[in-house]
Design a protein around this ligand. Structure first.
Ligand code: MN
Length: 232
């Protein structure tokens, strides 16, 4: 049976939407994508029971109230209803041991929902930023290196110690949740991937694999779909 993959979505107050590349990647890897609008409150567990894997897509900044900070002057746009929905979704999905793949904002949600926190703006809040994490090159261009930790699941999936990724973030994971380990870093030390120590597949990456055209993206999505298959 093909697994159903729930995708979180962007919203502008009138529309809920996801970039096509996410759906295409899921379909190519053998899954069935569905969009999860953020209106649900009470029935989140019921919704999660109907899907086999959860894809946390990219988007704007996360409200720092979820890690007990006031908004920094460089905090970007926040979407309160989306934040509340996704935090709750992830808490339940972790409890239910659902495979979760977090991309960019999705990795940050994973970390914060399980007790970690973020830099609200790496350029202002972290010293020794040496590379461009908000790349000006096109989306599909892999611009900076990440170093993948030995022994990590990510390393196993990728089969390589370092690789090039694209980068579209000004926020980043600061303190990693106790439920996760760091699985990759950029050359300047910025955390670029985390993974759960307990679950078979709960991975967050700070880059956008859905937009990359190389095999690394295929490997990640295929592993995610494989883990989401045959769970019912
Ligand atoms: Mn980066």
């Amino acid at each position: 049976m093909k697994p159903v993959i729930g995708m979180t979505a962007s919203e502008d107050g009138q529309q809920t939407y996801v970039k096509d590349t996410y759906s295409k990647r899921i379909i190519e890897a053998g899954g069935l994508p569905v969009i999860l609008p953020s209106f649900l409150k009470d029935d989140i567990k019921l919704l999660l029971k109907r899907i086999d894997g959860l894809l946390l897509t990219g988007g704007g900044d996360l409200d720092p109230l979820y890690f007990d900070e006031d908004p920094h002057q460089n905090l970007g746009n926040v979407t309160p209803r989306r934040d509340a929905f996704e935090i709750s979704l992830v808490k339940h999905a972790l409890n239910m041991k659902l495979p979760i793949f977090g991309i960019c904002r999705g990795m940050q949600i994973l970390n914060v929902a399980s007790g970690g926190n973020l830099y609200q703006d790496i350029y202002k809040q972290r010293k020794q930023i040496s590379i461009q994490h908000s790349q000006k090159a096109p989306t599909e261009h892999a611009s900076h290196l990440v170093h993948i930790e030995e022994g990590s699941l990510l390393r196993k999936i990728m089969g390589t110690e370092k690789m090039l990724v694209n980068s579209f973030h000004h926020q980043a994971v600061k303190v990693v949740s106790e439920q996760f380990i760091i699985s990759a870093r950029a050359t300047d030390g910025i955390i670029e991937a985390i993974e759960s120590v307990a679950e078979p597949f709960v991975i967050g990456v700070q880059w956008h694999p859905e937009a990359l055209v190389d095999q690394s993206a295929v490997k990640l999505f295929e592993q995610f779909i494989r883990e989401s298959s045959g769970r019912k």
